[in-house]
Design a binder for this molecule. Structure first.
Ligand SMILES: [Zn+2]
Length: 202
């Protein structure tokens, strides 16, 4: 990807949560830290320009991965996933933001969730606690529904991109897509953004 992107585009290395719950003793902090260290070093060796820690829900796990990510010296993005106002581990956007500021994360935000319009309140909440930080939004193309054996995401590129002005107005400056978004969604979002520097894609 580094080669294909050339020198004039950023390549961001993505890191998701482990799936284990520290609080339940499913893994030790030391083991988890070592695992994250391997991941961030691999991504740094591959030539990424920044690290995007995403879809996290627990503050203790996020702290470990951020500590590991800091050893690379790369810029750090860390986004949590919220549903109905809380992450899966009960963290609010405000508490998440306070913790990220303490850990000196470079870019804040949220990913996954329920469409771009579902992200507006989270952006506002993050902005209240961190008014000067860049905010990234990678929304799903709506909540997935099952059609037979297929998982389908309901939001079309047109509907999703229609919310770009609102999300920017709320305070986001990097917009892209998470589950269910396709190159067509991203193309439409870019058209709305008009400013290429504001775009992230994955
Ligand atoms: Zn997602």
């Amino acid at each position: 990807m580094r080669k294909a992107a050339g020198d004039d585009h950023w390549v961001i290395g993505s890191i998701g949560p482990s799936g284990a719950i520290l609080m339940m003793g499913e893994i030790s902090e030391e083991e988890l830290y070592e695992d994250f260290l391997l991941q961030v070093q691999g991504l740094a060796d591959g030539g990424v320009d920044a690290l995007c820690i995403e879809t996290f829900s627990a503050l203790d796990e996020a702290e470990l991965v951020i500590r590991a990510a800091k050893t690379t010296g790369l810029p750090i993005i860390c986004t949590f996933t919220f549903e109905n106002g809380f992450s899966m581990m009960g963290v609010t956007p405000e508490t998440y933001t306070e913790k990220m500021l303490k850990l000196s994360v470079d870019v804040l935000g949220t990913n996954c969730g329920n469409g771009l319009d579902g992200m507006v309140d989270y952006v506002k909440a993050i902005k209240t606690v961190a008014p000067d930080h860049p905010i990234l939004i990678h929304a799903n193309a709506g909540l997935p529904i099952m059609e037979g054996t297929d998982t389908v995401y309901p939001e079309t590129p047109e509907r999703m991109s229609a919310f770009v002005p609102e999300i920017i107005e709320a305070g986001a400056c990097i917009v892209g897509g998470c589950c269910g978004t396709t190159p067509k969604h991203i193309r439409k979002i870019v058209e709305k953004l008009k400013v290429e520097n504001l775009l992230f894609y994955y």
